[in-house]
Ligand binder design. Structure first.
Ligand code: GDP
Ligand code: ZN
Length: 365
Protein backbone atom coordinates (compact mmCIF):
# COMPACT_ATOMS: atom_id res chain seq x y z
CA UNK A 1 0.00 0.00 0.00
CA UNK A 2 1.38 3.39 -0.91
CA UNK A 3 1.22 6.12 1.74
CA UNK A 4 -1.23 7.92 -0.52
CA UNK A 5 -3.83 5.19 -0.22
CA UNK A 6 -4.52 6.17 3.38
CA UNK A 7 -5.48 9.65 2.31
CA UNK A 8 -8.60 9.77 0.18
CA UNK A 9 -8.19 12.88 -1.90
CA UNK A 10 -9.58 13.98 -5.22
CA UNK A 11 -7.98 10.88 -6.77
CA UNK A 12 -8.66 7.97 -4.42
CA UNK A 13 -6.53 4.83 -4.59
CA UNK A 14 -7.82 1.35 -5.30
CA UNK A 15 -7.98 0.37 -1.64
CA UNK A 16 -9.80 3.59 -0.81
CA UNK A 17 -12.54 2.57 -3.19
CA UNK A 18 -12.83 -0.99 -1.88
CA UNK A 19 -10.49 -3.07 -4.04
CA UNK A 20 -10.14 -6.54 -2.48
CA UNK A 21 -8.50 -9.90 -3.25
CA UNK A 22 -11.80 -11.18 -4.63
CA UNK A 23 -11.37 -8.76 -7.53
CA UNK A 24 -7.59 -8.70 -7.91
CA UNK A 25 -7.62 -12.50 -8.21
CA UNK A 26 -10.04 -12.25 -11.12
CA UNK A 27 -7.94 -9.63 -12.83
CA UNK A 28 -4.85 -11.84 -12.43
CA UNK A 29 -6.73 -14.71 -14.04
CA UNK A 30 -7.81 -12.55 -16.95
CA UNK A 31 -4.17 -11.64 -17.50
CA UNK A 32 -5.12 -8.95 -20.03
CA UNK A 33 -2.11 -6.97 -21.16
CA UNK A 34 -2.38 -3.34 -20.07
CA UNK A 35 -5.72 -3.81 -18.28
CA UNK A 36 -6.17 -2.12 -14.90
CA UNK A 37 -9.02 -2.28 -12.38
CA UNK A 38 -11.50 0.56 -11.91
CA UNK A 39 -14.75 0.97 -10.02
CA UNK A 40 -17.95 2.24 -11.56
CA UNK A 41 -18.99 5.37 -9.67
CA UNK A 42 -22.02 6.28 -11.76
CA UNK A 43 -23.66 5.07 -14.92
CA UNK A 44 -24.63 7.69 -17.40
CA UNK A 45 -25.98 6.87 -20.83
CA UNK A 46 -23.19 4.65 -22.06
CA UNK A 47 -20.44 6.68 -20.42
CA UNK A 48 -19.46 5.43 -16.97
CA UNK A 49 -17.60 7.51 -14.44
CA UNK A 50 -14.71 5.59 -12.92
CA UNK A 51 -12.79 5.63 -9.65
CA UNK A 52 -9.47 4.07 -8.72
CA UNK A 53 -7.75 4.47 -12.07
CA UNK A 54 -6.21 7.34 -14.01
CA UNK A 55 -9.18 7.64 -16.38
CA UNK A 56 -12.23 9.52 -15.15
CA UNK A 57 -14.61 7.96 -17.66
CA UNK A 58 -14.98 4.74 -19.56
CA UNK A 59 -17.18 3.04 -22.12
CA UNK A 60 -17.80 -0.60 -22.97
CA UNK A 61 -15.98 -2.08 -25.94
CA UNK A 62 -18.35 -2.94 -28.79
CA UNK A 63 -17.75 -6.63 -28.17
CA UNK A 64 -18.63 -6.39 -24.49
CA UNK A 65 -21.71 -4.28 -25.18
CA UNK A 66 -23.03 -7.06 -27.40
CA UNK A 67 -22.15 -9.83 -24.99
CA UNK A 68 -23.69 -8.43 -21.82
CA UNK A 69 -27.35 -8.88 -20.91
CA UNK A 70 -29.03 -5.85 -19.31
CA UNK A 71 -28.49 -7.33 -15.84
CA UNK A 72 -24.80 -7.87 -16.58
CA UNK A 73 -24.09 -4.30 -17.65
CA UNK A 74 -22.06 -2.28 -15.15
CA UNK A 75 -23.87 -0.52 -12.30
CA UNK A 76 -22.60 1.64 -9.45
CA UNK A 77 -20.17 -0.41 -7.39
CA UNK A 78 -19.07 -2.78 -10.14
CA UNK A 79 -15.41 -3.53 -10.70
CA UNK A 80 -14.27 -3.47 -14.31
CA UNK A 81 -11.02 -4.13 -16.18
CA UNK A 82 -10.17 -1.14 -18.35
CA UNK A 83 -7.59 -0.07 -20.85
CA UNK A 84 -6.77 3.45 -19.66
CA UNK A 85 -4.70 4.36 -22.72
CA UNK A 86 -7.85 5.56 -24.50
CA UNK A 87 -10.00 8.53 -23.61
CA UNK A 88 -12.57 7.60 -22.46
CA UNK A 89 -10.99 4.37 -21.20
CA UNK A 90 -12.31 1.17 -22.76
CA UNK A 91 -14.02 -1.31 -20.45
CA UNK A 92 -13.06 -4.86 -21.43
CA UNK A 93 -14.53 -6.95 -18.60
CA UNK A 94 -17.02 -6.64 -15.79
CA UNK A 95 -15.59 -8.59 -12.86
CA UNK A 96 -17.72 -11.17 -11.09
CA UNK A 97 -19.88 -9.46 -8.46
CA UNK A 98 -19.48 -10.35 -4.81
CA UNK A 99 -22.94 -9.04 -3.92
CA UNK A 100 -25.84 -7.43 -5.76
CA UNK A 101 -29.04 -5.65 -4.91
CA UNK A 102 -31.75 -6.76 -7.29
CA UNK A 103 -35.27 -5.70 -7.78
CA UNK A 104 -38.08 -6.54 -10.11
CA UNK A 105 -37.91 -4.10 -13.01
CA UNK A 106 -41.06 -2.25 -13.94
CA UNK A 107 -43.16 -3.60 -16.76
CA UNK A 108 -44.85 -6.84 -17.63
CA UNK A 109 -41.69 -8.77 -18.40
CA UNK A 110 -40.77 -8.63 -14.70
CA UNK A 111 -37.10 -8.73 -15.55
CA UNK A 112 -34.53 -8.39 -12.81
CA UNK A 113 -32.80 -5.06 -12.46
CA UNK A 114 -29.50 -4.71 -10.65
CA UNK A 115 -29.48 -1.58 -8.52
CA UNK A 116 -25.96 -1.74 -7.10
CA UNK A 117 -23.07 -4.20 -7.00
CA UNK A 118 -20.41 -5.17 -4.48
CA UNK A 119 -22.04 -3.44 -1.53
CA UNK A 120 -20.99 -4.96 1.80
CA UNK A 121 -23.57 -3.39 4.08
CA UNK A 122 -26.94 -1.84 3.30
CA UNK A 123 -28.47 0.72 5.61
CA UNK A 124 -32.21 0.07 5.39
CA UNK A 125 -33.35 3.57 6.31
CA UNK A 126 -36.75 4.29 7.85
CA UNK A 127 -38.10 7.41 9.46
CA UNK A 128 -39.37 7.79 13.01
CA UNK A 129 -41.99 10.36 12.09
CA UNK A 130 -44.07 8.11 9.87
CA UNK A 131 -45.71 4.86 10.68
CA UNK A 132 -42.84 2.45 10.89
CA UNK A 133 -43.72 -0.37 8.60
CA UNK A 134 -42.13 -3.65 9.70
CA UNK A 135 -43.39 -5.31 6.52
CA UNK A 136 -41.51 -2.86 4.31
CA UNK A 137 -38.38 -3.31 6.40
CA UNK A 138 -38.65 -7.10 6.06
CA UNK A 139 -38.88 -6.74 2.30
CA UNK A 140 -35.67 -4.69 2.17
CA UNK A 141 -33.88 -7.00 4.58
CA UNK A 142 -34.83 -10.03 2.47
CA UNK A 143 -33.62 -8.34 -0.74
CA UNK A 144 -30.32 -7.31 0.86
CA UNK A 145 -29.65 -10.77 2.31
CA UNK A 146 -30.64 -12.42 -0.96
CA UNK A 147 -27.99 -10.46 -2.82
CA UNK A 148 -25.29 -11.48 -0.31
CA UNK A 149 -24.91 -8.18 1.60
CA UNK A 150 -25.58 -7.48 5.28
CA UNK A 151 -28.50 -5.30 6.36
CA UNK A 152 -28.50 -2.72 9.16
CA UNK A 153 -31.86 -1.13 10.00
CA UNK A 154 -31.50 2.63 10.49
CA UNK A 155 -34.32 4.51 12.20
CA UNK A 156 -33.75 8.17 11.29
CA UNK A 157 -35.37 11.40 12.55
CA UNK A 158 -35.38 10.28 16.17
CA UNK A 159 -35.34 13.99 17.09
CA UNK A 160 -39.05 13.97 16.25
CA UNK A 161 -40.11 11.33 18.76
CA UNK A 162 -39.91 11.16 22.52
CA UNK A 163 -39.06 7.49 22.85
CA UNK A 164 -37.05 5.92 19.99
CA UNK A 165 -36.80 2.58 21.80
CA UNK A 166 -40.54 2.02 21.34
CA UNK A 167 -39.90 2.23 17.58
CA UNK A 168 -37.44 -0.61 17.76
CA UNK A 169 -40.09 -2.60 19.59
CA UNK A 170 -42.54 -1.87 16.78
CA UNK A 171 -40.14 -3.44 14.33
CA UNK A 172 -40.58 -6.70 16.23
CA UNK A 173 -38.73 -9.78 15.09
CA UNK A 174 -37.09 -7.93 12.18
CA UNK A 175 -35.24 -5.91 14.80
CA UNK A 176 -34.35 -9.00 16.81
CA UNK A 177 -32.56 -10.62 13.90
CA UNK A 178 -30.95 -7.56 12.26
CA UNK A 179 -28.86 -4.81 13.88
CA UNK A 180 -30.82 -1.59 14.47
CA UNK A 181 -29.31 1.88 14.86
CA UNK A 182 -31.42 4.93 15.82
CA UNK A 183 -30.08 8.29 14.59
CA UNK A 184 -30.98 11.82 13.73
CA UNK A 185 -29.23 12.81 10.52
CA UNK A 186 -30.36 16.38 10.93
CA UNK A 187 -29.24 16.82 14.53
CA UNK A 188 -26.21 14.62 13.93
CA UNK A 189 -26.93 12.37 16.92
CA UNK A 190 -25.67 8.81 17.30
CA UNK A 191 -23.90 8.78 13.96
CA UNK A 192 -20.91 7.04 15.55
CA UNK A 193 -23.04 3.93 15.98
CA UNK A 194 -23.53 4.00 12.22
CA UNK A 195 -19.86 4.66 11.49
CA UNK A 196 -19.04 1.43 13.30
CA UNK A 197 -20.53 -0.37 10.32
CA UNK A 198 -18.43 1.56 7.80
CA UNK A 199 -14.93 0.14 8.12
CA UNK A 200 -11.97 1.11 5.94
CA UNK A 201 -12.68 -0.09 2.41
CA UNK A 202 -16.23 -1.17 3.31
CA UNK A 203 -18.90 -0.26 0.78
CA UNK A 204 -22.18 0.85 2.31
CA UNK A 205 -25.38 1.37 0.35
CA UNK A 206 -28.52 3.17 1.46
CA UNK A 207 -32.03 2.03 0.64
CA UNK A 208 -35.44 3.13 1.85
CA UNK A 209 -38.42 5.16 0.76
CA UNK A 210 -37.89 8.64 -0.51
CA UNK A 211 -38.09 11.30 2.19
CA UNK A 212 -36.73 9.18 5.06
CA UNK A 213 -33.51 11.21 5.05
CA UNK A 214 -30.99 9.16 3.05
CA UNK A 215 -29.41 12.17 1.34
CA UNK A 216 -29.21 14.07 4.61
CA UNK A 217 -27.52 11.06 6.16
CA UNK A 218 -25.02 10.73 3.30
CA UNK A 219 -24.12 14.43 3.56
CA UNK A 220 -23.70 14.08 7.33
CA UNK A 221 -21.37 11.11 7.01
CA UNK A 222 -19.39 12.84 4.26
CA UNK A 223 -19.19 16.10 6.13
CA UNK A 224 -20.27 18.07 3.07
CA UNK A 225 -23.42 18.64 1.04
CA UNK A 226 -22.65 16.23 -1.79
CA UNK A 227 -26.26 15.26 -2.44
CA UNK A 228 -29.26 17.54 -2.81
CA UNK A 229 -31.87 16.83 -0.10
CA UNK A 230 -35.59 17.57 -0.30
CA UNK A 231 -34.88 20.88 1.36
CA UNK A 232 -32.40 21.86 -1.36
CA UNK A 233 -34.16 20.32 -4.35
CA UNK A 234 -35.83 23.27 -5.94
CA UNK A 235 -37.50 21.74 -8.98
CA UNK A 236 -39.75 19.59 -6.80
CA UNK A 237 -39.12 16.60 -9.03
CA UNK A 238 -37.27 14.44 -6.56
CA UNK A 239 -33.80 13.08 -6.59
CA UNK A 240 -34.11 10.21 -9.03
CA UNK A 241 -34.79 12.61 -11.88
CA UNK A 242 -32.14 15.15 -10.98
CA UNK A 243 -29.05 13.11 -10.07
CA UNK A 244 -27.58 9.78 -10.95
CA UNK A 245 -26.64 7.16 -8.44
CA UNK A 246 -23.20 7.77 -7.07
CA UNK A 247 -20.31 6.29 -5.24
CA UNK A 248 -18.79 8.56 -2.62
CA UNK A 249 -15.54 8.05 -0.73
CA UNK A 250 -15.67 9.02 2.95
CA UNK A 251 -12.80 11.04 4.44
CA UNK A 252 -12.71 8.54 7.31
CA UNK A 253 -12.41 5.54 4.95
CA UNK A 254 -15.28 3.55 3.57
CA UNK A 255 -17.46 4.11 0.53
CA UNK A 256 -21.09 5.14 0.29
CA UNK A 257 -23.32 4.18 -2.60
CA UNK A 258 -26.40 6.27 -3.04
CA UNK A 259 -29.14 4.29 -4.77
CA UNK A 260 -31.79 6.03 -6.83
CA UNK A 261 -35.08 6.89 -5.13
CA UNK A 262 -37.25 3.81 -5.21
CA UNK A 263 -40.99 3.80 -4.91
CA UNK A 264 -41.00 0.13 -4.22
CA UNK A 265 -38.60 -2.75 -4.09
CA UNK A 266 -40.28 -5.68 -5.77
CA UNK A 267 -38.63 -9.03 -5.11
CA UNK A 268 -37.82 -10.95 -8.24
CA UNK A 269 -35.72 -13.91 -7.20
CA UNK A 270 -34.93 -15.97 -4.17
CA UNK A 271 -31.49 -17.37 -3.56
CA UNK A 272 -32.07 -17.90 0.13
CA UNK A 273 -32.69 -14.31 1.19
CA UNK A 274 -36.25 -14.99 2.26
CA UNK A 275 -35.31 -17.74 4.68
CA UNK A 276 -32.39 -15.66 5.95
CA UNK A 277 -34.71 -12.73 6.64
CA UNK A 278 -37.18 -14.95 8.50
CA UNK A 279 -34.82 -17.19 10.49
CA UNK A 280 -37.40 -18.07 13.14
CA UNK A 281 -39.74 -19.43 10.43
CA UNK A 282 -37.13 -21.33 8.45
CA UNK A 283 -35.91 -23.07 11.61
CA UNK A 284 -39.40 -24.37 12.37
CA UNK A 285 -40.13 -25.13 8.70
CA UNK A 286 -37.55 -27.90 8.85
CA UNK A 287 -40.07 -29.87 10.89
CA UNK A 288 -42.88 -29.54 8.29
CA UNK A 289 -43.94 -32.85 6.80
CA UNK A 290 -43.28 -31.70 3.22
CA UNK A 291 -39.89 -30.38 2.23
CA UNK A 292 -41.49 -27.73 0.03
CA UNK A 293 -44.34 -26.92 2.42
CA UNK A 294 -45.95 -23.57 1.62
CA UNK A 295 -47.21 -23.20 5.23
CA UNK A 296 -50.69 -22.48 3.96
CA UNK A 297 -52.74 -25.39 5.19
CA UNK A 298 -50.71 -28.42 4.15
CA UNK A 299 -51.02 -31.30 6.62
CA UNK A 300 -48.18 -31.63 9.10
CA UNK A 301 -47.16 -27.97 8.81
CA UNK A 302 -45.00 -27.15 11.83
CA UNK A 303 -45.03 -23.42 11.08
CA UNK A 304 -48.82 -23.14 11.20
CA UNK A 305 -48.82 -25.19 14.38
CA UNK A 306 -46.30 -22.77 15.90
CA UNK A 307 -48.44 -19.78 14.87
CA UNK A 308 -51.48 -21.39 16.44
CA UNK A 309 -49.52 -22.08 19.61
CA UNK A 310 -48.57 -18.39 19.72
CA UNK A 311 -44.86 -19.15 19.33
CA UNK A 312 -44.57 -17.33 15.99
CA UNK A 313 -45.98 -13.96 14.97
CA UNK A 314 -48.76 -14.50 12.43
CA UNK A 315 -47.96 -11.16 10.76
CA UNK A 316 -44.44 -12.43 10.08
CA UNK A 317 -45.80 -15.57 8.43
CA UNK A 318 -48.22 -13.50 6.34
CA UNK A 319 -45.36 -11.24 5.30
CA UNK A 320 -43.19 -14.24 4.42
CA UNK A 321 -45.93 -15.81 2.32
CA UNK A 322 -46.69 -12.52 0.58
CA UNK A 323 -43.03 -12.16 -0.47
CA UNK A 324 -42.91 -15.82 -1.48
CA UNK A 325 -45.93 -15.35 -3.76
CA UNK A 326 -44.44 -12.21 -5.24
CA UNK A 327 -41.22 -14.04 -6.11
CA UNK A 328 -43.13 -16.96 -7.61
CA UNK A 329 -45.15 -14.62 -9.83
CA UNK A 330 -42.02 -12.78 -10.98
CA UNK A 331 -40.25 -16.05 -11.73
CA UNK A 332 -43.21 -17.39 -13.64
CA UNK A 333 -43.52 -14.19 -15.69
CA UNK A 334 -39.86 -14.20 -16.50
CA UNK A 335 -39.87 -17.78 -17.58
CA UNK A 336 -43.10 -19.43 -18.74
CA UNK A 337 -41.45 -22.83 -18.29
CA UNK A 338 -41.19 -22.08 -14.59
CA UNK A 339 -44.89 -21.27 -14.53
CA UNK A 340 -45.49 -24.72 -15.95
CA UNK A 341 -43.22 -26.21 -13.33
CA UNK A 342 -44.98 -24.41 -10.51
CA UNK A 343 -48.34 -25.66 -11.74
CA UNK A 344 -47.02 -29.16 -12.18
CA UNK A 345 -45.39 -29.09 -8.77
CA UNK A 346 -48.55 -27.83 -7.18
CA UNK A 347 -50.52 -30.63 -8.87
CA UNK A 348 -48.14 -33.18 -7.36
CA UNK A 349 -48.41 -31.61 -3.93
CA UNK A 350 -52.18 -31.34 -3.96
CA UNK A 351 -52.42 -34.94 -5.11
CA UNK A 352 -50.23 -36.00 -2.20
CA UNK A 353 -52.32 -33.94 0.18
CA UNK A 354 -55.54 -35.53 -1.03
CA UNK A 355 -54.01 -38.99 -0.66
CA UNK A 356 -52.93 -38.19 2.88
CA UNK A 357 -56.33 -36.84 3.77
CA UNK A 358 -57.93 -39.98 2.40
CA UNK A 359 -55.61 -42.10 4.52
CA UNK A 360 -56.43 -40.03 7.56
CA UNK A 361 -60.15 -40.42 7.02
CA UNK A 362 -59.82 -44.16 6.56
CA UNK A 363 -57.77 -44.45 9.73
CA UNK A 364 -60.44 -42.59 11.68
CA UNK A 365 -63.20 -44.90 10.49
P1 GDP B 1 -34.25 11.11 1.02
O1 GDP B 1 -35.34 11.28 0.01
O2 GDP B 1 -34.36 9.80 1.73
O3 GDP B 1 -32.89 11.35 0.47
O4 GDP B 1 -34.53 12.22 2.15
P2 GDP B 1 -33.84 13.65 2.38
O5 GDP B 1 -32.46 13.50 2.90
O6 GDP B 1 -34.02 14.48 1.18
O7 GDP B 1 -34.71 14.19 3.59
C1 GDP B 1 -36.11 14.38 3.48
C2 GDP B 1 -36.53 15.48 4.47
O8 GDP B 1 -36.35 15.01 5.80
C3 GDP B 1 -35.72 16.76 4.36
O9 GDP B 1 -36.58 17.84 4.52
C4 GDP B 1 -34.72 16.65 5.49
O10 GDP B 1 -34.31 17.91 5.96
C5 GDP B 1 -35.53 15.92 6.53
N1 GDP B 1 -34.68 15.14 7.46
C6 GDP B 1 -33.66 14.32 7.16
N2 GDP B 1 -33.12 13.80 8.27
C7 GDP B 1 -33.81 14.29 9.32
C8 GDP B 1 -33.75 14.12 10.75
O11 GDP B 1 -32.92 13.40 11.30
N3 GDP B 1 -34.68 14.79 11.49
C9 GDP B 1 -35.60 15.59 10.94
N4 GDP B 1 -36.45 16.21 11.76
N5 GDP B 1 -35.68 15.79 9.61
C10 GDP B 1 -34.82 15.15 8.80
ZN1 ZN C 1 -45.18 -25.73 6.71
Amino acid sequence: MTPDSARPGPCPSLTDVGYAPYFSAQLDLLGGEGLVPARIAADGSGLYSLLGCAAAQGELTGKLRQKLSPAERPVAGDWVAVDPSHDPATIHHVLDRRTVLRRRAAGRAAATQIIAANVDVFFVVTSADRDLNPRRVERYVAAVLDGGANPVIVVNKTDLVADPSSLVEELGVAAATTPVVCVSAQAGTDLDALREHIGQGTTVGLVGSSGVGKSTLVNRLLGRAALPTTATRSDGKGRHTTTRRQLLVLPTGGILIDTPGMRELGLAEDEGGLDAAFPELSAIAERCRFGDCGHSGEPGCAVLAAVEAGEVDRARLDSYRQLQREIAVAEARRDPAVAGNVKRRWKTISKAIRALEREERQRRR
